[in-house]
Design a protein around this ligand. Sequence first.
Ligand code: AMP
Ligand code: MN
Ligand code: MN
Ligand code: MN
Length: 272
Amino acid sequence: MTIDLHCHTTASDGALAPSVLLERALANGVTQLAITDHDTLAGYDLLGSQDKLTLIPGIELSTRWRKIGVHIVGLNVDPANPVLRQGIERQLEAREKRARKIANRLTKLGIDDPLPAVREIANNGNIGRPHFAQHLVDIGLVKDQRQAFRKYLGAGKAGDIRESWADFEDVIGWINHADGIAVLAHPAHYNLTMTKLRELLRDFTAAGGRAIEVVSGRQEPQVGRRMAGLADEFDLLASVGSDFHKPGLAWAELGRCAALPDGCRPVWKAWQ
Ligand code: AMP
Ligand code: MN
Ligand code: MN
Ligand code: MN
């Protein structure tokens, strides 16, 4: 059994179209997959029902907690749920507005309006900062996406616009309305102290969050153990996801994640 409950397609900032991603999942032996594009279910909608593997309807929603951008994965949601659909509409509008703001800010730094090229790179998928990063690489301003984030798009830089997203509690509410399970995505990626991470988890569980990504991509075993400890402490289910975006990144290949540490309660038991 190979389970991957976090990955991206061209519907957001992933490189592979949903059908190509599905083929890759099958080639990698994945038996249960959740496509969790940023703020959209379009990838899942495109694939529809198929019998090659168990496809769990999923989404990764952008939120803010205090002043920090925090991602919440919704798993096994009802894709037709009107509350969730409305929430997604709101996020897509916010994303579009944010894209224009980022473009304006970059223009003020002397860069030619990037938006037309960025739209093309996003290819009708929703626009994210990685698409801006790709454009900045394309025009030769930076050598790679990492540098684009470090100089222009990452925390505290021109393209870092955080007020766009719905509140943390609202997003968890949409997922629960859609009978899904709200999962705190990649908890080790927010650069929080354990004290702050516990505060986040207290708020998360109080708002109805039910699971945490104990395994996210290829991580050090001690990180998984620490997250498993938090899952136990806050009585949370444990999830596993590669956060795959594109081929060639060994640390986030589809379906290539460590097993959950002993003692975790796997999130997939909730729908099996
Ligand atoms: P957005 O959804 O527009 O806020 O963009 C967030 C996405 O940017 C994440 O899901 C990652 O795919 C990507 N990302 C974030 N930080 C970096 C970074 N330092 N280098 C490259 N990609 C990044
Ligand atoms: Mn992404
Ligand atoms: Mn994320
Ligand atoms: Mn992700």
